[in-house]
Design a protein around this ligand. Structure first.
Ligand code: PDD
Length: 292
């Protein structure tokens, strides 16, 4: 049975209902997180909870739960859904906090806040061998989103429309260009490799500070891979030796075609292979309780 959490209770997903007066439904007034768990252990949980706090601060909404309450809730959720996960017990948690319900539809915040807190988990599918063998294709599109993309807001209509355009052109992702610079993708961060150096855009209000992104930089530092945080012009993106996209659900994926042209020789590159091995090593350490 698929069990979810809603406002203090665990219940079958079919029974979980949210009011039509919820501000998440009416205004997209809420934030979310996506957190992988490997072998039942939540991956980089403190980082995700810090980003959740930053997102809540960004929309001036109090945090309904303490760090230990979040941890307990998410661990219980994983436990409830253990039977649905495969032998490896890898699950992905989605959590959402909205500014709750209010009687009248009013743009102003309600005087009294009753948050809506929702969380669910789903099994993480095995990595697709075709993606590792061939990579994926991406297209570039204008970044039509707002100016506060550092907030992980549930208001994802621009991201949805951009991703749909990519899908309709047979691409796995849309890399977003703002003022001539590649910022990130519709639901992932971006990296390029140029002359052996790994480059990713610096954190800024127009980009989501990805947890996977930060881990990739940590691993580069730890293992002596040359890297820098720097703006990536559209030209640099198009002449990159390698392009990767990163996210909690996709991990690190090589982009081998961009705008219908091959990236280098059109195959996943050597720096990506090295980084993927370090990333997998780190995941195994989390699984066995030697990292978080
Ligand atoms: N998205 N940038 C955007 C716009 C994202 O939506 C995401 C993640 C990322 C990568 O962040 P992280 O490494 O912390 O997952 C970057 C999630 C997975 C989603 O919306 O489902």
């Amino acid at each position: 049975m698929h069990i979810v959490y809603l406002n203090g209770s665990f219940m079958p997903i079919e029974e979980a209902c949210v009011s039509v007066t919820d501000r998440g439904f009416l205004f997209g007034d809420g934030v979310y997180e996506v957190i992988p768990a490997y072998g039942g252990r939540l991956f980089r949980l403190p980082h995700h909870l810090q980003r959740l706090q930053d997102s809540l601060d960004g929309i001036k909404l109090s945090n309904p739960l303490s760090e230990s309450e979040w941890t307990q809730l998410l661990e219980r959720l994983l436990q409830h859904n253990r039977d649905r996960a495969g032998n490896n017990n890898d699950q992905s948690v989605y959590l959402q906090v909205t500014r709750g319900t209010s009687r009248k539809r009013d743009h102003n915040f309600p005087a009294e806040i009753h948050h809506t807190v929702y969380a669910c988990s789903n099994p993480i599918p095995e990595p697709d061998p075709a993606v590792e063998r061939d990579g994926v294709s991406a297209i570039t599109l204008d970044d039509i989103r707002w100016a506060w993309c550092n907030i992980k807001a549930i208001t994802l209509l621009p991201n949805v429309l951009l991703r749909q355009q990519a899908s309709e052109r047979g691409a796995a992702e849309a890399i977003l260009i703002r003022d001539g610079y590649a910022i990130e993708a519709s639901s992932s961060n971006i990296f390029i490799v140029h002359d052996g150096t790994l480059i990713t855009p610096p954190k800024s209000p127009v980009m989501l500070p990805g947890i996977t992104r930060d881990l990739v930089l940590e691993l580069a530092e730890q293992h002596g891979i040359a890297y820098r945080e720097d703006n990536i012009t559209e030209e640099a993106l198009h002449s990159a030796d390698e392009i990767w996209i990163t996210s909690s659900t996709r991990e690190i994926v090589p982009v081998t075609r961009l705008d219908d042209k091959s990236v280098s020789n059109g195959l996943p590159g050597p720096v990506w292979k090295t980084m993927l091995a370090f990333y997998r090593q780190y995941k195994d350490a989390v699984r066995s309780g030697n990292a978080n």
